[in-house]
Design a protein around this ligand. Structure first.
Ligand code: PMV
Length: 329
């Protein structure tokens, strides 16, 4: 028997980092997916195979015969530590230990702030639990995905696995989510080509928070208020044009606050300014920063913004919001 599951990447529209401190955030699933196929084996071994894991500048494929593997593939190996934990948790949840083959194929660049780790964790939990006869809801898979992140990276708000498991457009706060009315967002994602470590960036913000709370707490509070404002705009009766203009302004403020936290880089700022100059209404980091991606809101200007991002040395992706989260294929 075999089960194929898939889960989407995500972008955080507003509220990354402050969400770790219990503030709300708004995120959406996008139409890049990770596919995980799980199949039972006759022996007790667990074999993990990964194809085309996209690490900046490198595409690697490899397979391992044992669950405890060592690898020199850096970022790709990091992805596999999420897979390993996801398999362990799914088996624990099902109360059975079986030998399985797990095969992964992904369209999501690793370390780009698009939630590749969460997507692989969610798809693995979905495939393995179903293979072991367990019917988990998407919410249950999201909670297990959050556990995987906590085990692998120490700190996590849980927003990435929640958006990946549930899909669509979500308002997220302290482990709970609410669906926002679906909006087609004319966005362009710009990839810097280098990756930031979410774990290290979250730890860096924590050190600043502890050493200068009088400065950092007001920044985090402002981010929380900004997310509330964004939700008001999204759920308001304003027409689309007015909504986009207000959301763009809030994105620009959010980017400035993230820069103040220290998670932007020269390249991220260059892509953000290139996008604004090319007519985007707003542009900001998405995800942990330190490299990774920015995104721009550019109604009617997506092509121009994509070109500007390319000229500034980034890789543009014109993408759409995906209504669907975890899917058993
Ligand atoms: O994994 P990324 O790069 O999308 O970042 C996750 C968002 C953070 O707020 C930085 C961390 C978290 O756990 O919410």
């Amino acid at each position: 028997m075999r089960v194929l599951a898939s889960a989407p990447a995500k972008i955080i529209l507003f509220g990354e980092h402050s969400v770790v401190y219990g503030k709300p955030a708004i995120a959406a699933a996008i139409n890049l997916r990770t596919y995980v196929e799980a199949e039972l084996r006759d022996d007790k071994k667990i074999r993990i195979e990964a194809h085309d894991i996209k690490v900046p500048g490198l595409t690697v494929s490899f397979s391992e015969n044992e669950i405890y593997f060592e690898s020199d593939y850096g970022k790709a190996a990091e992805v596999l530590s999420y897979v390993r934990q996801a398999i362990e948790l799914a088996m624990e949840e099902a109360g059975v230990r079986r030998g399985i083959n797990v095969s992964i194929t992904s369209q999501i660049p690793v370390g780009a702030g698009l939630g590749s780790s969460a997507a692989v964790a969610v798809a693995t939990i979905g495939a393995v639990s179903k293979l072991l006869g367990l019917e988990l809801t998407r919410e249950e898979v999201a909670k297990l995905g959050h556990k995987v992140e906590l085990l692998v990276q120490g700190a996590s708000s849980g927003i990435d696995p929640t958006v990946s498991a549930i899909g669509g457009f979500l308002y997220y706060e302290k482990g709970n989510f609410e669906h926002l009315p679906f909006m087609e967002l004319p966005i362009v994602v710009g990839y810097t080509g280098s990756s930031g470590s979410t774990k290290e960036l979250v730890a860096m913000v924590r050190r600043r928070y502890e050493s200068m709370p009088e400065l950092i707490v007001p920044i985090l509070n402002a981010m929380g208020k900004l997310v509330e404002k964004a939700r008001e705009v999204i759920t308001s009766e304003l027409d689309e044009e007015e909504k986009f203009a207000k959301l763009g302004e809030l994105m620009n403020i959010n980017h400035g606050l993230l820069d103040a936290l220290g998670v932007s880089t020269k390249k991220l700022s260059e892509l953000v300014y290139a996008a604004r100059t090319a007519g985007a209404l707003g542009a900001k980091i998405t995800g942990a920063g330190g490299g990774g991606c920015m995104y721009a809101l550019a109604p009617g200007r997506q092509r121009e913004v994509a070109t500007a991002i390319t000229i500034a040395g980034g890789t543009p992706m014109i993408t759409e919001i995906s209504r669907e989260g975890l899917r058993i294929e």
